[in-house]
Design a protein around this ligand. Structure first.
Ligand SMILES: O=c1ccn([C@H]2C[C@H](O)[C@@H](COP(=O)(O)OP(=O)(O)OP(=O)(O)O)O2)c(=O)[nH]1
Length: 156
C-alpha cells in the first residue's frame, strides 16, 4: 500500500509546498556529476568500485547547467529518513520524460537515511536549474522486513 504525502512528508525536513504531490514527494537536484573511469561490481562487494564522480553542477553555487546527451549521476538535495517498515521507489517526473531524459532508481530500503543518488540519462539536451524538481519518490509499506539498511550509502 502506498504511504501518502500526509505521512511521508514527515520523512523529510524542510520540504517546500511544491514538493508535496498526490501520492509522492518531488525531489530536488543538489549536485550533478559526470562519470570518469569504470565501475566494478561483484557478489560479495569486496571488489566493488565506483567510478570517479566529476562534479559539473552544484545548486548551491550554480544557476543552471545545460546537459548534452549522455549519462550523469544526480545527487538529491533532500535528506530522507525511511522508517523500518517502509520502502520506496523513485520515478522521473513526467516533464523530464517529455523533454527526452529519464532517471533510474534502485530500491530505497527500510531504515535508509541520506540524500539518494540516481542515474540520469539525457537523450535530448536539457537545461536543469538549481534545485529543480526532477523526480518523485513514492513510499510503500514493507511487511516481513528481514533487516534495515546499514550499508555504505547510509547517511551520505
Ligand atoms: O536509486 C537509488 C536507490 C536507493 N538509494 C539509496 C537508498 C538505499 O537504501 C541505498 C542502498 O541501495 P541498494 O541497497 O540498492 O545499494 P547496494 O548497491 O545494494 O549497496 P549496499 O551493499 O550498501 O546495499 O541507497 C539511492 O541512493 N539511489
Amino acid at each position: 500500500m502506498i504511504i501518502g504525502p500526509n505521512k511521508s512528508k514527515n520523512f523529510f525536513d524542510n520540504l517546500k509546498d511544491e514538493q508535496i504531490q498526490q501520492c509522492g514527494i518531488d525531489l530536488r537536484v543538489w549536485k550533478i556529476f559526470k562519470l570518469e573511469g569504470e565501475g566494478v561490481i561483484d557478489f560479495s562487494n569486496e571488489k566493488r568500485k565506483l567510478p570517479n564522480y566529476i562534479e559539473i553542477f552544484n545548486s548551491e553555487k550554480d544557476e543552471f547547467v545545460r546537459l548534452e546527451n549522455g549519462v550523469y549521476i544526480v545527487k538529491i538535495a533532500d535528506y530522507i529518513k525511511i522508517p523500518n517498515n517502509i520502502a520506496a521507489f523513485t520515478f522521473p517526473r513526467s516533464s523530464l520524460l517529455r523533454m527526452g531524459a529519464t532517471l533510474y532508481s534502485a530500491v530505497h530500503d527500510p531504515g535508509y537515511e541520506g540524500r539518494p543518488e540516481y542515474l540520469l540519462q539525457v537523450f535530448n539536451p536539457i537545461t536543469i536549474h538549481k534545485y529543480a524538481r526532477i523526480a518523485q519518490i513514492v513510499f510503500f509499506e514493507c511487511k516481513d522486513v528481514s533487516s534495515v539498511y546499514n550499508g555504505i550509502y547510509k547517511g551520505k
